[in-house]
Design a protein around this ligand. Structure first.
Ligand SMILES: Cc1cc2nc3c(=O)[nH]c(=O)nc-3n(C[C@H](O)[C@H](O)[C@H](O)COP(=O)(O)O)c2cc1C
Length: 336
């Protein structure tokens, strides 16, 4: 017997796929989604995902082992497709028998999906357009996450509500689709489940949980912030293909604009190639996020946060957040 029969019924396919009680994923958040938060999410019935980010294979190896020591429930690993050691990282996942690998940050390079499937893991993909989603699901993707621009971190240009209307009717009968971006309460979760999603992915709502190792200053900045403080970065130079990032505005967001100008200038001077320019921008974000999450430098660091940050008001245990989301969803569905 479940306390949330209507919600769990709509989540059934997603929960079966993840091997969890609830089809609620906590999206990988670099520096935040490490062993403590990931195991807490999985122990509370959801699906935690380790953010590999720029980790080396050795670091990922240690993080997976550390997570396994804290939970015997399923969890996933998020790998960034442009990581220069992607295939070594996949091997580490294989060594540990990781059940689900989430491929983020672009089109999976040739052979990566096959490499993941070779040890029996499921592949979760992101896609910005319906055509690409169909292609990735045809070529080995087992499930899809659609993520709207309300989300924290790197974002696309389209809102979650529009993506959901475009993707869910077209895909949900045959495929497993999870919805992410801007979900702060269970009522919204219920809405997407009714539209055909098999589950949801949240980041911002979990970033400041008791079990999150994020610095106290980082958490306090979240509790103070409202939706309109979580702004998307601006692109200074049209040649620089900067993927916008949503973060709380601070000195760091201004510094990022300056960084783009600096990189654009070196491009002008022919001192670096475009790929190197892009890499420098990505490194900037990784360093800036670490400064805020780990060191607590909320002025110069990057406070990546989604628009749902206004609904994050206090430090709560993961299990409580999970119960609140499920109860809100259930109440909404019961009122229908
Ligand atoms: C602080 C922070 C860091 C993030 N880092 C990553 C990351 O490294 N890789 C990734 O695929 N997504 C990353 N995301 C996106 C989340 O995985 C998730 O999809 C997103 O937060 C969902 O939207 P929401 O913030 O509105 O809940 C990050 C989000 C935040 C808030």
């Amino acid at each position: 017997m479940t306390a949330y029969p209507k919600t769990t019924a709509l989540m059934r396919r997603g929960a079966e796929f993840l091997g969890t009680e609830y089809a609620i994923m906590c999206g990988a958040m670099s520096w935040v989604s490490e062993r403590n938060l990931v195991s807490a999410i999985s122990n509370a019935g959801g699906f935690g995902v380790i953010a590999c980010g720029a980790m080396t294979p050795d670091l990922l190896d240690a993080e997976i082992a550390g997570t396994k020591a804290l939970t015997d429930k399923p969890f996933g690993v998020n790998l960034i497709t442009m990581h220069p050691m992607l295939f070594e990282l996949i091997e580490v996942c294989g060594k540990h028998g990781v059940g689900h690998v989430v491929l983020a940050g672009g089109i999976p390079p040739k052979g990566s999906v096959e490499a993941i499937k070779s040890f029996g893991a499921k592949v979760v993909v992101f896609a910005p357009t319906l055509a690409l989603a169909k292609k990735l699901l045809r070529s080995g993707g087992d499930a899809l996450v659609i993520e709207g621009m309300e989300a924290g971190g790197h974002i696309g240009p389209v809102s979650t509500s529009v993506l959901a209307q475009e993707f869910l009717p077209a895909l949900s009968e045959e495929h497993l689709v999870f919805v992410a971006g801007g979900i702060g309460r269970g009522e919204a979760m219920a809405g997407y489940l009714e539209m055909g999603a098999v589950g949801v992915q949240l980041g911002t709502r979990f970033a400041c949980a008791v079990e999150s190792i994020a610095h106290e200053n980082f958490k306090k900045a979240f509790f103070r912030a409202g939706a309109r403080d979580a702004v998307a970065s601006v692109q200074v130079d049209p040649r620089l293909p900067v993927i916008p990032v949503r973060a709380l505005k601070n000195k760091g967001t201004e510094l990022f604009t300056a960084k783009q100008r600096e990189v654009a200038k070196t491009l002008d001077e022919g001192a670096i190639e475009m790929a190197e320019a892009q890499l420098q921008i990505e490194h900037y974000w990784a360093g800036a996020l670490r400064r805020a999450v780990i060191d607590g430098d909320i002025e110069n660091g990057s406070l990546m946060a989604g628009q749902s940050v206004g609904m994050v008001k206090e430090e709560e245990p993961v299990a409580q957040i999970m119960d609140t989301l499920m109860a809100e969803s259930e109440a909404a569905l019961s009122r229908r």
